[in-house]
Design a protein around this ligand. Structure first.
Ligand code: RUB
Length: 318
């Protein structure tokens, strides 16, 4: 891949996504749209085909950073499919406008799904969270705006402890927070009214890919009879799964699990660090989107309606 013509900002955004300075599916999508827009604005391309080729290269580069969150390819699909034209100016204008439109739609979608999710929450409810999801926070924020008092059991979410971010943001919303280690979840589920998690990708069969530990939580919650609600804008629907492709699960570095000094003490063991896991649809009660709430098995209908463009990806060379 010739990355020579890529703007420094594209490298910065890709680096920030790769190192997880920018993380969480929605934030990754916004940063991707920003990067493509910057490439269009700052490019020295002299012809429309040249600029289009640069945008495709930028998209492929961004796509190579983290494999699981489908919001990244969906942001590329949105911008690249609309960044067309016969002149550099036309492509540039369309790229800028589509990136802005994408960001605005994402924000509106989060507000709308927040209101849908808030309808499920009653005054005095306790939720349990896993990882950090801006879609989940949108539901809680809307419920709080409706005057509902909520409590939360927040799983710390090993190995990177994104639960700490959730705990802080929930406190800022005035929610009572109890932070627990991941393995304590079952003990607290009897006190919980809803497990509320986000998603990195939703497959055509309604399976939900989210931070590792979500599937175990869902199984235990089902055993306890606690509803499992996934807050996820339609940006999380993975159209590639309609043609049978599986969602790739990102494997991260072992240093997130085992520090160098502990590694020396323990000796020769294999360390595996999957960042995400797959929760089958039978464990999920509802998927809350900006288009309403859906049983997981029915999201494929929504997926067909929103992503019916066909199998060719806009970052592939023609
Ligand atoms: C974050 C994570 C979040 C989803 C949804 O994983 O699994 O639950 O991305 O987030 P990581 P949002 O920290 O590895 O990126 O609702 O903000 O899109």
């Amino acid at each position: 891949m010739d990355r020579g013509a890529l703007q420094p900002r594209v490298h910065d955004v890709a680096g920030a996504i790769e190192t997880m300075e920018t993380r969480g599916a929605a934030n990754i999508a916004t940063a991707t749209a920003d990067a493509l827009e910057t490439q269009a604005v700052e490019s020295d391309a002299e012809t429309a085909p040249e600029l289009l080729a640069e945008l495709r290269t930028a998209a492929r580069f961004l796509l190579s950073t983290r494999p699981t969150a489908v919001s990244l390819p969906n942001a590329c699909r949105y911008v690249l499919r609309r960044a067309t034209g016969d002149t550099v100016e036309a492509v540039r204008t369309n790229a800028v406008e589509s990136a802005a439109e994408f960001r605005a739609r994402l924000e509106t979608a989060q507000d709308d799904l927040g209101r849908v999710g808030a309808n499920r929450l009653r005054d005095g409810d306790t939720i349990m969270t896993h990882c950090h999801s801006t879609d989940v926070l949108a539901c809680v924020e809307a419920a709080v705006e409706d005057g509902k008092q909520l409590s939360a059991i927040v799983k710390e979410t090993r190995p990177r402890q994104q639960g700490h971010i959730t705990a802080r943001e929930l406190r800022e919303l005035g929610v009572d927070v109890t932070l627990v280690v991941d393995s304590a979840a079952r003990r607290y589920l009897d006190d919980v009214d809803h497990v509320l998690v986000g998603a990195d990708a939703i497959a055509a069969d309604g399976s939900v890919v989210n931070k590792v530990g979500t599937s175990g939580l869902a199984v235990v919650a089902r055993e306890r009879g606690t509803p499992i609600v996934v807050a996820a804008g339609t940006l999380k629907l993975d159209p590639a799964t309609m043609t049978g492709n599986a969602v790739e699960i990102e494997m991260r570095e072992e240093s997130e699990v085992l520090e160098e000094t502990d590694r020396e003490t323990i000796g020769d063991v294999t360390v595996e660090n999957p960042a995400f896991d797959v929760t089958p649809p039978r464990y999920i009660d509802a998927i809350v989107t900006e288009r309403g709430q859906f049983p997981p098995e029915s999201v494929v209908t929504l997926m067909r309606e929103l992503f019916g463009e066909g199998p060719t990806e806009p970052w592939q060379e023609p």
